[in-house]
Design a protein around this ligand. Sequence first.
Ligand SMILES: Nc1nc2c(ncn2[C@@H]2O[C@H](COP(=O)(O)OP(=O)(O)OP(=O)(O)O)[C@@H](O)[C@H]2O)c(=O)[nH]1
Ligand SMILES: [Mg+2]
Length: 453
Amino acid sequence: MLDNLSKTLRKTTDKIANAIFLDKALVDSIIKDLQRSLIEADVNVSLVLSITQKIKKAALDERIKGIEKKEHIIKLLHDELISILGVSKPITLSKKNTFMFVGLYGNGKTTTIGKIASYYSKRGHKVAALGLDVHRPAAPEQLKQILDKLKIPVFIDKEEKDPKKIYNKFKSELKKYEIVLVDTAGRDALSKELISELKSLNSLIKPTETFLVMSADIGQAAKSQAQEFKSSANITGVIITRMDSTAKAGGALTACSEVKAPVVFIGTGEKPQDLELFSPESFLSRLLGMGDLQSLIDKVHSALSPQQIQEQQSRLQQGKLTMSDLISQIETMESMGGIGKLTSMIPGFGKAKEKISDEQLETQEQKIKNYKNIYNSMTLAERDSPELLEKQTSRIQRIAHGSGTTTSQVRSLLKQYKLLQDLIKSQSSLSSGNLDQKTIMKLAKKFGRKMKF
Ligand SMILES: Nc1nc2c(ncn2[C@@H]2O[C@H](COP(=O)(O)OP(=O)(O)OP(=O)(O)O)[C@@H](O)[C@H]2O)c(=O)[nH]1
Ligand SMILES: [Mg+2]
């Protein structure tokens, strides 16, 4: 169900959470991905532009910075998506309930009646169905077959051609049931004939709910259909079927929201159990692959504290890197689940990840531990100025001894530090002290190639 949109949304929130700088280049790429996949899901272009413009504006707003900005954008993205999905309309049951199902030919009315009958009878309600589709000769038998399988009573009359007469015939019998599901006939379009038929059934039956059943594959066309049925057939909710078999479901859902026709259920397959209550919040949570907004925000707060990020950013922007920055990067790697995880998060490192075997990962993680031990065995002066070690073998020997490593391992850490520092210096002078996301990416790639983790 909307797999591509779901993938993009997950990727987008990851990009925001993991970004060091939310600069224009990154924002542009996020916006482009979002626009592409929302439009692919058939969401109205002007809706898409309005959402993405709001996000872009917030992202480039200089008044909010760092973690707060990431949080702000994630919230904004979440709230905007919820708002285009509409509001949830809970179905409250009374003592006696009559649900009438209306819609055009082949949109899934009869199948959905089976699903809803199963849904409520499983929850202990006494359910029955009434077949009032007198236009398609096979319709009453189809309804009967579906409900017989579920062992739910069904009332049909294959000979009678007047739906009102069928209703009157079974009226007293139906009073025994808590929920009566009424199947009606479809048409190719909402013709005058269909409108008058639905109006007369409405005034005779007085259903507690009238559900418009529409297939998701009509995408944005759901808007005019919902609007027309709303004004002529008094619908109280919409059921979108075939969510499982189209990429256009985003269009159908958001179109209903635009005309304030609340979606109450979605159909996700042909079987009786393929039905879900619809609520924008839970639907979006599933698309995002997160429990709720809070878990999304927690993602932003994951690895480093806001202060740590800010301090590191300003040092990097000035082209400075301390030994403790390097160790802090290494510690971050550990808290994120080791270098394997890190490689998947840094652009350009992704491919290398596949080539690293478990065994290699283990030695790399051991190396990281060694580096930390080496750092802990250094004096404060040595940490501030690692150059002190370069010419003094005795210091290197002392550190190797203290950390349980070898002198060549100490030299290796010094080499990594120097390499990264040189890269940062050269980059920051090239970009006149203004390191942005693109430069960081380039750096990460170069760094990745030369680092010997
Ligand atoms: N994949 C999928 N197929 C569905 C879903 N809902 C209905 N269908 C299929 O859509 C087709 C038409 O469904 P019906 O229930 O006969 O539609 P209808 O609105 O009653 O059609 P008419 O009575 O001709 O107006 C059937 O083949 C169903 O199996 C769904 O959620 N997913
Ligand atoms: Mg039918």
